[in-house]
Design a protein around this ligand. Structure first.
Ligand SMILES: Nc1nc2c(ncn2[C@@H]2O[C@H](COP(=O)(O)OP(=O)(O)OP(=O)(O)O)[C@@H](O)[C@H]2O)c(=O)[nH]1
Ligand SMILES: [Mg+2]
Length: 205
């Protein structure tokens, strides 16, 4: 009986939790993003110029309040920020099966690495989701691509990235320009992903 009550309580009163993977090449700004999200949520965070290269992963849980009036409740997000160097990318696939959404971070000022970005995106997103997992429920996992600018913005970048990665699936994909350190379009773009996940997985009542 107690477990039944607990189950009902959890279903209706505990904030839903969803999990977001943060992936992308080494140095793209993934851990900087995680620390910006922590800073905005008033959690302890590391200053952006002191962030070490990630070996393995960083995990953070942040509680939010849904902004949409029809989803007027709290929810929690667990972010998994994974190391992006070549040798560490093989662990990404271990986290795919459990995630509700993905943030793929690209350094917008390093066009010399875009071939690597394309190969990385294609391999890890299309191949692993589409063929290896062959998991229909994950065919829908929404992806937010953040093109992170530290210096000058290049015009038409989103279109270029769109052509570069060619999303052949029917999943939600949004490409957004951001400046993580300055907090330009960071919250807005992340909330876009949250909303998409909330609707898709019906995590809100
Ligand atoms: N000025 C500035 N520096 C940034 C920005 N984003 C990232 N950096 C710097 O770029 C470096 C790499 O950023 P990280 O966040 O560690 O990159 P990462 O994607 O986590 O890299 P790995 O952990 O190696 O996979 C750090 O020294 C950051 O301070 C930005 O928006 N502006
Ligand atoms: Mg990192």
């Amino acid at each position: 009986m107690i477990s039944l009550i607990k189950g009902v309580w959890q279903k209706y009163f505990d904030p839903p939790i969803f999990k977001i993977l943060i992936i992308g090449l080494d140095g793209a700004g993934k851990t900087t993003l995680l620390n910006k999200l922590k800073q905005l949520a008033k959690h302890p965070f590391i200053q952006f110029d002191k962030i070490p290269k990630t070996v393995g992963l960083n995990i953070t849980e942040i509680e939010y309040m849904a902004s949409n009036r029809s989803m007027n409740q709290k929810y929690k997000v667990t972010y998994w920020d994974l190391g992006g160097s070549q040798t560490q990318r093989s662990i990404w696939k271990k986290y795919y099966g459990e995630c509700h959404g993905i943030i793929f971070v690209i350094d917008g000022n390093k066009s010399e690495r875009w071939d690597e970005v394309r190969n990385c995106f294609k391999y890890y997103i299309h191949l692993i989701f589409g063929e290896v997992l062959n998991d229909k429920s994950h065919d829908q996992v929404p992806i937010l691509i953040q093109v992170n600018y530290r210096q000058n913005r290049e015009n038409g970048i989103c279109l270029k990235i769109k052509e570069l990665i060619q999303n052949n699936t029917n999943r939600f994909l949004s490409i957004q320009e951001v400046n993580i350190v300055d907090n330009t379009n960071v919250v807005e773009s992340v909330k876009l992903l949250h909303n998409e996940i909330g609707h898709l997985f019906q995590l809100y009542n």
